[in-house]
Design a protein around this ligand. Sequence first.
Ligand code: ADE
Length: 224
Amino acid sequence: MNADVFTLFPEWFEWFRAQRHVENALALGHSLDAIDFRGSTPLKWGQVDDTPFGGGAGMVLRVDVMEAALRARYGEDPVSVRSRRRVVALTPGGRTLDDALAGELAGEPSLTLLCGRYEGFDQRIVDHFCTDEISIGRYVLAGGELAAMVVLDTVLRKLPGALGHADSAVEESFSEALDGAPEYPHYTRPASWRGWEVPDVLLSGHHERIRQWRHEQSRRRASS
Ligand code: ADE
């Protein structure tokens, strides 16, 4: 996957890129670039936003600024960029991110994430340059950067080889393997601690019974 994030704070992503699963994904040939859209603004003094028509509080990211940034990066009209790569605006009101959406994005060869600040995007950015609007939850962040990292975190860890262990992203919370239910509980040594015992079945070595017990626990968590 080749992922581009358009942001006013590209340096925030240096920390993110250094995380183990992200490093693993990059070492496997995937890419993650953070692009400062202030750097390509056609306006004076690095201006990227403006006051909203109709009045109201806050500032809105300008469509001409976002167009210039996308053109500079992809060398073509952003209206056609979106026909060949997924372009996502991060907004509080977008489609809520879940495991299924993360899986869908992980299957894309390329992904562009646009991070808003202030009151968000001029609607024409979303309508004409984007394929999706994604929210990480029904609350308002000061900007899209943390949301972009959340999206990338869950997407990149799904790429084969990004996690150390090949099975770790298969049978986990909300996955198809568990019919969308939360994951079953895990235990490790010591088997007994302050009288808190690990369930016997997990120590039994009986793989089929363990599998059944785990799926039962997962279903129970889903219904509680
Ligand atoms: N930008 C501001 N709030 C957001 C949210 N909850 N999800 C995605 N992007 C956002």
